[in-house]
Design a protein around this ligand. Structure first.
Ligand SMILES: [Zn+2]
Length: 159
């Protein structure tokens, strides 16, 4: 866990902060509230959809990728040991674990993305880190069995 000295607050929103990691230069979304597992952090909506993915979009269909409303949810980073899940049926951000005020919020990108626009090497530090993250298509069913997945990803795995 980083101390707050590692970060600059970029912007504040109700229940959230966008912070900049001074060392890595990466921005992330942090909680300013505490939650129990299963709690809803926020209800979001779909601002716009487009046929191709970008590093800011969330996949909901073969050629259907959306941007968040509110916009600051785009700062959600990836973790192989996520503390939030995007419920794309109810359009809610759900606590996967207990969350403390000051925790960075991270979801598992392959839980929504089949083939990502910008694959990357993960440094999330989780003991179960999968290393290279490029979407669900590149992971085994054994690896994916540890995660909650979106309806679209579940559909892709069975068709
Ligand atoms: Zn990782």
């Amino acid at each position: 866990m980083h101390s707050s000295d590692d970060y600059d607050i970029v912007c504040r929103y109700p229940a959230f902060e966008v912070r900049l990691n001074k060392f890595g230069g990466q921005q992330g979304l942090f909680s300013t509230e505490s939650y129990n597992q299963g709690d809803t952090l926020i209800q979001f909506s779909i601002r716009s959809t487009q046929p191709s993915p970008t590093y800011l979009t969330i996949q909901i269909g073969e050629a259907e990728h959306f941007e968040f409303e509110p916009d600051h949810l785009k700062y959600l980073n990836h973790s192989c040991n996520p503390n939030v899940f995007l419920d794309l049926t109810n359009h809610t951000l759900i606590a996967e674990t207990a969350i403390e005020s000051g925790d960075e919020l991270r979801f598992f990108y392959p839980s929504t993305e089949w083939k990502m626009d910008q694959p990357f090497d993960c440094n999330c530090g989780a003991g179960n880190c999968l290393g290279s993250i490029s979407g669900a298509h590149a992971l085994s069913s054994a690896q994916l069995s540890n995660y909650k997945l979106s309806p679209y990803i579940q559909h892709k795995l069975t068709h």
